[in-house]
Design a protein around this ligand. Structure first.
Ligand code: NAP
Length: 248
């Protein structure tokens, strides 16, 4: 049996296990299983590897997509450029384990975003500066969409704090992406601190969260006539890409 799974914390929101259990059933894959491995601290990762000798691949979610990198032997070129890993392939050889890191969030995000784009969408706001935010920045650069990252503690150029998101910034940036866990199950009554009343029907709100399917962020957008999309399609796309990497 080959074991796959997801590490992160918390994992109560995750649909990854349902997705892979269902896939293994539908595709009649009988030698694979998928588990959730909530790790309170990334320091527990070596123990997880020791205690699960059949591990063949892992997905990584919030908040470990950057901190996992120090445990990886080799990193794929795109994941290195992005600076975040959400998929690990684990090979067993005579010297022990070899861990290779990949990023499939960028692929999932690009494929979900592209059908929504129009020439008016040439500037974006990315809320949050973690692992998923890095993948989004990579895709937006590739698509020629300029962006500003909104962070609670802006450190770098091209970053703003939430108070800095003025009406003119909102008017200029027609694509707004929530790459924070704010509003994710079970904290479904929370939402990013922006002025939703400044949004127009020409805006697009993309929430990477998929549980709940409509966060407060998307609900407030819809109330202004905004086009909204959640992270479910992105989840499926990145999961399928992970599977392709694992089964190679
Ligand atoms: P992460 O590495 O933990 O980063 C999230 C960022 O959000 C943080 O760096 C932080 O940025 C901001 N943040 C965290 N807590 C916050 C709070 N209480 N208030 C305001 N900002 C906060 O997480 P991630 O891996 O990037 O994932 C972010 C979200 O995207 C999660 O909900 C995850 O489930 C979702 N996601 C979905 C998919 C999908 O396939 N649909 C893929 C990837 C991620 P600042 O410190 O700069 O404010």
């Amino acid at each position: 049996m080959r074991t796959f799974g997801l590490i992160g914390y918390p994992l109560t929101h995750s649909l990854s296990k349902q997705y892979f259990d269902n896939k293994f059933k539908l595709d009649k894959i009988t030698d694979a299983e998928y588990f959730l491995f909530p790790l309170k601290n990334i320091d527990q990762f070596p123990d997880l590897l020791r205690n699960n000798p059949n591990l063949a691949g892992l997905n990584i979610t919030t908040p470990y997509k950057e901190s996992i990198i120090k445990y990886i032997d080799e990193i794929d070129r795109e994941a290195k450029l992005i600076g975040a890993v959400n998929t690990i392939k684990i090979k067993h050889n005579s010297n022990g384990l070899k861990l290779t890191g990949f990023n499939t969030d960028a692929y999932g995000f690009e494929k979900s975003l592209k059908p929504l784009l129009n020439p008016e969408i040439n500037k974006a706001l990315i809320l949050g500066s973690g692992g998923a935010s890095n993948a989004i920045k990579f895709v937006l650069k590739k698509l020629g969409i300029s962006f500003i990252v909104v962070s609670r503690e802006p450190l770098k150029i091209h970053q703003l704090d939430y108070k800095g998101v003025s009406s003119s910034i909102i008017a200029e940036h027609k694509l707004i992406i929530n790459a924070t866990p704010i509003g994710m199950y079970p904290n479904t009554d929370e939402y990013p601190d922006i002025q939703y009343g400044w949004l127009t029907p020409n805006h697009i709100l993309f929430d990477l969260i998929y549980n709940p399917s409509e966060t407060m962020f998307l609900k407030f957008g819809k109330e202004q006539g905004v086009k909204t999309v959640n992270g479910l399609n992105m989840l499926y796309l990145q999961a399928e890409k992970s599977w392709k990497i694992w089964k190679k």
